[in-house]
Design a binder for this molecule. Structure first.
Ligand code: SF4
Length: 289
């Protein structure tokens, strides 16, 4: 495939004081963001609005997914002070809604579930009223780990299936499609509002995407994000196709017609992209029904 990105995938570089202030604060408080670690193309836009997705438990992942820019290796123990520093930054930013994610911590007995709970507790204490979305790893399929996180009652529990099952062995070799669906269905049964996301452009067909949508609905998931996969480096999985904005619109219409309550689908959508607006729209929709 021609490596040149199509015109709809060009983004204006944002150089703004708020971006540099946020970067400085994050470094000062030793906080990681997935925005920076995963080289998200929306970073300038989100940071200039004072929005970031926090990456907890370090920036080294125990898995090695072929699509992800986060470094793989042996991480150090989670920092028990991190939840307080994170809550301090969320308070400073005045966020109404925050997304917390983590590297996958297969080295920890609970997969890091306890640390998620500590972060949620610190946020509830220091920033009452803030909406919390946790974008969790699969915790190796541990139901007890999920029970811990569910007990802290985040507003949204997000877990991405990332791609269609046929591509798991080449895109997410240490993950399992069925296990990810199980995380979502268990979280739904625990009374949580669940959300998931897919990258497209990895070689999937429209029919395969539709099947994933159906699986997600059967797992009780009603919130969906779909965005274009972009190669973080030449060593990562190749982009097979730049999906056109019209196809993204088709995916959105299809997902809504199949029964999803809220869908964000466009080339630059990431699972945390404008998550606060996504949540507000959802709540407004609920109130008007
Ligand atoms: S889309 Fe999400 S990960 Fe990307 S910059 Fe925005 S908040 Fe960060």
């Amino acid at each position: 495939m021609n490596d040149k990105r199509p015109v709809w995938l060009t983004k204006r570089l944002i150089v703004d004081e708020r971006v540099t202030t946020l970067e400085r604060d994050l470094a000062g408080l030793r906080l990681n963001t997935v925005c920076q670690e995963a080289c998200c193309p929306n970073q300038g836009e989100c940071f200039s609005h004072g929005v970031a997705t926090f990456l907890i438990m370090g920036n080294i992942c125990t898995r090695n997914c072929r699509f992800c820019a986060v470094k793989s290796g042996t991480p150090s123990a989670p920092d028990p002070q991190e939840p307080q520093r994170l809550a301090q930054e969320v308070e400073r930013l005045g966020l109404r809604f925050v997304v917390i994610t983590s590297v996958t911590r297969d080295d920890l007995d609970d997969g890091g579930a306890g640390h998620f709970v500590s972060v949620i507790s610190a946020l509830r204490e220091r920033c009452p009223g803030v909406g919390i979305e946790v974008l969790i790893p699969d915790f190796g399929g541990s139901e007890s780990a999920l029970v811990k996180v569910a007990g802290a009652r985040p507003e949204i529990l997000n877990h991405n299936v990332e791609t269609i099952p046929r591509l798991y062995s080449s895109v997410r070799p240490q993950a399992e499609y069925r296990r990810s669906l199980q995380v979502l269905s268990q979280a739904g049964r625990m009374g949580l509002l669940t959300k998931s996301g897919l990258m497209v452009g990895l070689g999937e067909t429209l029919e395969e995407v539709k099947e994933v949508m159906l699986d997600l609905l059967n797992a009780g998931c009603r919130l969906l994000t779909i965005g274009q996969y972009l190669m973080p480096s030449k060593l990562h999985h190749k982009v097979v196709e730049y999906v056109s904005p019209e196809i993204f619109d088709q995916y959105k219409d299809l997902a809504l017609s199949m029964g999803f309550s809220a869908v964000a689908s466009s080339p630059f959508v990431r699972s945390s992209y404008m998550a606060d607006e996504f949540y507000s729209l959802l709540m407004a929709g609920k109130r008007s029904h």
